[in-house]
Design a protein. Structure first.
Length: 401
């Protein structure tokens, strides 16, 4: 399938699949119809051609032709025939995990991560590096060695990679005093065409997106997104960031800055106001860890329980939950949402404890006039930014949503 004219997976939602224009029997729109078929299977799992025709309003012949073509492109796998007492046997069609692969690169203020995902979004491999702050040559060197290492560990994968997505914080070069980074090294990112550099290194087309928007895409497509048509998403990294899903569509905004929840104003201890990212981010915990004489690299190990510094984690959760609750109330007062999902570069139990504490903090707020959203833990977890970035080239090339 050609990539030209691809729908933007971030903007287009599953509602397009039900739209009368989502499927057409005109041969000139075969590529669009193929996206409809693949998107239906992605959302609902293995489907028979009759079920696809019913859901898409495409003719049975059109669906049959599309399935045959997608099988030929190795994008679909044929399941076991299901025989019933009445009617023709049905054959469920499922996405072929090895139909296409993609890379996802997340460039953070404290670490970079590279992942390889399959056609269904399942993570196949992962490489990470930590640093005090991101230096352009070092990040590109990590990308180069990471791609080479992944290629060696996954024979045949290189030929199936259709693109690389890049997740990058908005204005990576700002807030220098908080991350304690030299101005020159960080300002160099401001005028850099990172997508062009990454594409040249990877040898495939690169797609650039805000890192937490990418994480929200991952939760929307692979996590709890199927449970809610409207939700806000907080990702706790070096800085807190946000994402927003309305009508089953990830909202990015005209300038890509929608749901920049890290910039929300919250009351500052001692009076005045400050941005949410100043008081509800991992850099706050990092400073406490350093002050206690603990190696801050311990925070990068999201597979551990952080029990070695639990006495620092608990007050951080209590304080952070209060600010997240205020932010959740602010979001809900502007946009009606069903729930707020909390994710982050955190161990699972920390993410769940923070979500529960935020729910309790929200309960204590006076929210007369608005409906309190539920607060819950997201499920994709620490790799959401890189996995979401990897989903971008796959979904822009093959899917409607």
């Amino acid at each position: 399938m050609p990539a030209e004219g691809a729908s933007n997976a971030l903007i287009q939602g599953d509602s397009l699949i039900k739209d009368p224009e989502g499927g057409s029997n005109q041969s000139g729109l075969r590529d669009q119809n193929a996206r409809v078929v693949l998107s239906l299977i992605r959302r609902h799992g293995a489907l028979s051609s009759a079920e696809i025709a019913r859901r898409s309003s495409l003719s049975a012949q059109t669906v049959s032709n599309i399935i045959r073509a997608l099988e030929g492109e190795r994008l679909l796998n044929r399941g076991e025939t299901i025989r019933g007492k009445v009617g023709k046997p049905s054959v469920p069609m499922a996405l072929n995990p090895n139909g296409a692969l993609a890379l996802g690169l997340n460039i953070g203020r404290r670490a970079a991560e590279l992942v390889l995902v399959d056609f269904t979004g399942r993570q196949l491999d992962r490489r990470t590096v930590s640093y005090r702050y991101p230096i352009i040559p070092d990040v590109l060197a990590f990308l180069k060695t990471g791609i080479e290492s992944i290629a060696v560990a996954n024979p045949g994968a290189k030929e199936l990679v259709v693109g690389i997505g890049v997740g990058l914080p908005n204005e990576l070069w700002n807030w220098l005093e908080i991350v304690d980074a030299p101005e020159g090294a960080m300002r160099a990112w401001r005028d850099l065409d990172i997508a062009e550099l990454v594409a040249a290194e990877a040898g495939v087309e690169a797609t650039l997106e805000n890192d937490v928007t990418s994480a929200c895409v991952a939760e929307h497509l692979l996590g709890r997104g199927s449970e809610f048509s409207d939700f806000a998403y907080f990702f706790i990294g070096a800085f807190v960031g946000g994402g927003l899903v309305l009508n089953s569509k990830v909202v990015t905004g005209a300038y890509g800055n929608a749901a920049a929840f890290g910039s929300l104003l919250v009351p500052k201890p001692g009076g005045g106001m400050t941005q949410l990212l100043n008081v509800a981010s991992l850099h706050v915990l990092e400073r406490a860890v350093i002050a206690a004489g603990i190696d801050p690299n311990a925070l990068r190990d999201t597979h551990s329980s952080w029990q070695d510094f639990q006495s620092l984690v608990d007050p951080w959760i209590e304080e952070t939950s209060r600010y997240l609750a205020i932010a959740a109330a602010s979001v809900t007062s502007v946009v009606e949402i069903e729930t707020v999902l909390i994710d982050g570069a955190l161990p699972t139990e920390v993410r769940e404890d923070l979500s529960a504490a935020t729910q309790e903090s929200l309960r204590k707020l006076d929210l007369k006039g608005i409906e309190k959203p539920a607060i819950g833990a997201a499920t994709v977890g620490p790799t959401a930014r890189s996995v979401g970035a990897a989903l971008l080239p796959i979904h822009s090339r093959y899917f409607l949503a």
